[in-house]
Write a protein that binds this ligand. Sequence first.
Ligand code: HEC
Ligand code: HEC
Length: 143
Amino acid sequence: MRINKKILLVTILCGVSVFAQSFIQKHDDEKAKNLKVLPKDISGKELHEIMRGYSMALGVRCNFCHVSEQVEGQEKPKFDFASDNKPEKTIARDMMKMTAAINEKYIGKMVGGDHTLEQITCVTCHMGRKTPIITVDSLKKPQ
Ligand code: HEC
Ligand code: HEC
């Protein structure tokens, strides 16, 4: 009898974990429908890491670039990630192309002596801000 209970418990736990895993899997495997710059076969996990990177680089949340609406009685907003209706997303696409071009056409072709030159990313300019600092006026003056 005791053993049966244990088996039952293990069976339930396995069931719960399989259910949870399939849920996570589904979320990660959901195919992106509207990628124009990133590779279309990118994994969900990789895509989310890149998106988290953009958010951190600009100091924003997903809704800065993605259309979302608040649903009554629901804590989290509902996102339409494939939509291009926010201009910030379109600007971000151009920024992605610009960043890649700077790396490929310029930094990648510089002769940097013995050291390998670093490539730039969004954070290089944005430093956690929506708008990068574009004048030196806000910086501390050298003594
Ligand atoms: C700075 C702007 C920006 C931020 C912030 C951002 N994204 Fe994105 N996101 C984009 C751009 C641009 C694309 C389209 C890339 C392309 O065309 O290759 C995209 C595409 C996506 C897609 C694919 C949609 C589809 O079906 O084509 C998903 C999913 C996504 N983002 C999720 C997120 C999540 C989750 C966050 C927050 C953690 C986030 N994004 C934050 C700019 C952003
Ligand atoms: C070489 C510097 C540089 C790099 C690299 C760069 N940006 Fe930008 N970004 C700018 C400048 C400059 C602006 C315009 C600021 C303004 O309008 O005053 C800007 C503006 C933006 C805006 C519009 C912000 C707003 O307030 O509407 C978005 C979105 C953005 N960048 C996303 C990105 C993303 C995503 C990346 C990386 C893929 C990136 N940027 C890389 C310099 C850069």
